[in-house]
Design a protein around this ligand. Structure first.
Ligand SMILES: [Zn+2]
Length: 451
């Protein structure tokens, strides 16, 4: 039996014999949202450090500065014959309104693509644009792109409606590491449908939005630790963000993945696993504010010995798992060669994920994958993600174990590969992003660092 077979057999046996990952997920969720700038963020950092220290590993804290955002009050009224209040919650980085709030006509902006908004450009200008979180006429677009389109066309406020039912309020950031230009609040699908019907029946449907939030410079931390490999200086980063949104526990997004990082380390210590290459685990802070923490880390740290990056975002909770290969053909082929050996076969794609912690590594030309569970149920798109329903009860014990078994076998196989694809040059990164037709959207997202 060779080394990898032994690791697989003992490791997998331990995963299924224990419910440790399930307990760790619940621990993280019960701390609270781990939202950047809150007490539960600090508590999560302490929890992770203690967990790793108990395994005899010394974690490193990586502190960084960013633009913090603190939720205050948000109120939304529909103004037709009568004034009717509806629950609404600010999106992250929404600025405050004036003291008297903002009143304007509500304009249905559909999915919020440029095509949809340009068609009603005159109406959008100076008013409240209402946009849903589902697919646009141009396909799926990130919320920050929809916001940027609205700002660019002169909207004065942004109403962001959930496309999934259940009186759930979507949240998420509207800019990355800076305050937005216009107030932005999330409303439920049910409120959205009500407003749409009012718009269909009446000529002018006005809304009033009052928002009070705070923003100032602050600091956060990544928690980093390593398991040294035979090739010490070849580092494979496996990372995931530990922060969640303040409206939720952030169970699938992303306590599950962080629990997997902790449990992988525990397992590897228990079976005295010596990987072929060094594995650096990073629990990233401030991802939900627009991939802020990992971007700072990659730009300010020497990552010259990082040969690959594996990002886990939404790893636990859904099966099957998808491995997005960041447009890297070689990596896609390599994963094709090992996929049958993984505990269960993933789906794989060449998709370039730009709104998670793998993206800053991609910008440096580092081969990267983003692994997440595919949502198999009718709640399309984010489903419960970024709402108050993303709680630990949505994850079953079996899901948690299967997800850990999956990432354990993927990681051990990946780390043991004889050859990994090399880095690509900046020129090649630009070509890759251009060919995937991402340039315009990345510029809107302020995620295009090239001239
Ligand atoms: Zn996430």
């Amino acid at each position: 039996m060779d080394n990898l077979d032994r690791v697989t057999e003992t490791g997998q046996g331990k995963i299924f014999a224990s419910s440790s990952i399930y307990e760790t997920i619940k621990d993280l969720c019960l701390l609270g949202s781990r939202f950047s700038g809150t007490k539960s963020e600090i508590e999560a950092q302490e929890y992770m450090k203690n967990f790793i220290e108990n395994l005899g590993i010394e974690p490193v804290e990586y502190e960084f500065e960013y633009i913090g955002w603190y939720r205050g009050t948000s109120i939304f009224f529909l103004q037709t014959e009568e004034t009717k209040p509806f629950p609404a919650f600010s999106l992250v980085y929404s600025p405050s309104t004036e003291d008297e709030g903002f009143v304007g006509k509500i304009v249905d902006g559909g999915g919020g693509s440029e095509t949809e908004l340009k068609r009603i450009q005159e109406e959008v200008k100076g008013n409240i644009v209402m946009i849903h979180s589902g697919e646009t006429e141009e396909g799926w677009l990130h919320r920050r792109i929809k916001y940027a389109n609205s700002v660019n066309l002169g909207a004065k406020a942004f109403l962001f409606a959930n496309h999934n039912p259940g009186q759930l309020f979507p949240t998420g950031s509207v800019r990355s590491n800076r305050l937005g230009e216009i107030p932005a609040v999330g409303i439920s699908k049910e409120t959205y449908e009500y407003i749409k019907e009012q718009i269909r029946r009446k000529e002018n449907v006005n809304g009033k939005i009052y928002v009070l939030n705070h923003s100032s410079k602050t600091t956060s931390k990544h928690i980093i630790w390593e398991i040294e490999g035979e090739k010490k200086d070849e580092v494979i980063v496996i990372g995931g963000h530990y922060d969640g949104h303040d409206l939720a526990q952030g169970a699938t997004d992303n306590a599950g993945s962080v629990a997997a990082l902790l449990e992988l380390t525990k397992l590897m210590k228990e079976i005295n696993y010596v990987p072929k290459r060094t594995i650096r685990f990073i629990a990233f802070g401030v991802e939900e504010f627009g991939v802020v923490g990992s971007t700072i880390y990659v730009n300010k740290t020497d990552v010259s010995n990082v040969v690959a990056m594996i990002n886990v975002d939404g790893l636990v909770g859904h099966i099957p798992k998808n491995i997005a290969c960041g447009g890297n053909e070689e990596l896609y082929k390599l994963i094709g060669e090992i996929e049958d050996e993984i505990v269960f076969k993933p789906s794989k794609s060449k998709t370039i994920i730009t709104a998670s912690d793998n993206y800053p590594f991609l910008l440096k030309g580092i081969p990267n994958v983003c692994i997440y569970g595919q949502n198999p149920d009718p709640r399309t798109g984010r489903g419960y993600g970024h709402t108050s329903a993303d709680t630990f009860d949505k994850i079953s014990k079996l899901d948690a174990k299967l997800s850990l078994a999956f990432i354990f076998s993927f990681l051990t196989l990946f780390v043991s590969l004889d050859e990994l694809p090399g880095r690509i040059s900046e020129k090649e990164v630009i070509t890759l992003l251009r060919e995937a037709k991402l340039e315009d959207n990345l510029k809107l997202l302020e995620k295009w660092p090239f001239n």
